[in-house]
Design a protein around this ligand. Sequence first.
Ligand code: KG4
Ligand code: ZN
Length: 317
Amino acid sequence: MKILAIESSCDEFSISIIEEDKILCNIISSQIKDHQVYGGVVPELAARLHLQNMHIVLQSALKETETTIESIDYVAYTEKPGLIGSLIVGKTVAEAIALYIDKPLLPLHHIEGHIFGASINHKFVYPVLALVVSGGHTQIELVHSPNEFEIIGTTQDDAIGECYDKVARVLGMGYPGGPLIDKLAQTGNSSKYLLPIAKNDNSFDFSYSGLKTAAINLIHNAEQKHEKLELKDFCATFQFAATSILKIKLEKAVQKFKPLTLTVAGGVSANSSIRKLIMEIGNTYNLNTIIPDLEYCTDNAAMIAKLAREKLINQNH
Ligand code: KG4
Ligand code: ZN
């Protein structure tokens, strides 16, 4: 079985081809540099660049894998959620290919894709508890099978990646600032400043807008008082506040739902503190713990291809 998958929900246009369980290619055309000058992703520009790049990515995927379009059995694509213009380009390309080769089309969910990105090169034992942390999402999901996902908790306002990026922007770090805050945080003192740990309650939901505002206020107050903000210590304090709530809630979720696998997905899963806390919880509760390969953390089509395959071979579960 050969599946061609397309991911275009934000500022990456990506095509992957999977044959049985082997990812044959994962071509990603990233627009990060085009959006950097604006300090964030400009939706209109993202869709226009997808239109420019899509055929180059498709040609590379077919050429690199020596695949003919006629040999594809299924065409999968990210249906939602994402930027509407970006999604439409991916959907149109997928539909055109499926129509041309007269093969089934599989519209898939971006977040479910992120979770299955973690199962590339690793084995899921169900149920799987997955933390999804990206620029647009902060969720805990319980995965019973590739066709049954249960959202346990979600953010009530901003996503964690958005919070990192907005704070980084105020610090003048450029876009996306998440990785830079993480880097600086690693050598800083996390108790130098005071920032709130939000929504420390009995739910599995999150809130990041309060932390974002508090962090930005702290930066502005220091500026107004002409006090020097120790960047490393500020980043360490921010990172501690942003990630310790994940540990608290994930641990409670493990105790309640008793999963066999623990994993993390989405662009922010590249974060060093998050990777560490997943390993710590996994070891404490003796779980099959999966930290995804970095290539499959940020938006990519291989995760959509893998999700499509798992859904198809587990259709009756
Ligand atoms: O999943 P992704 O590629 O795109 C979305 O679907 O949002 O995630 C991108 C997000 C950005 O907010 C970026 O700042 C964040 O992931 N990110 C990080 C790190 N690496 C990427 N945030 C914190 N620490 C990191 N090491
Ligand atoms: Zn994503």
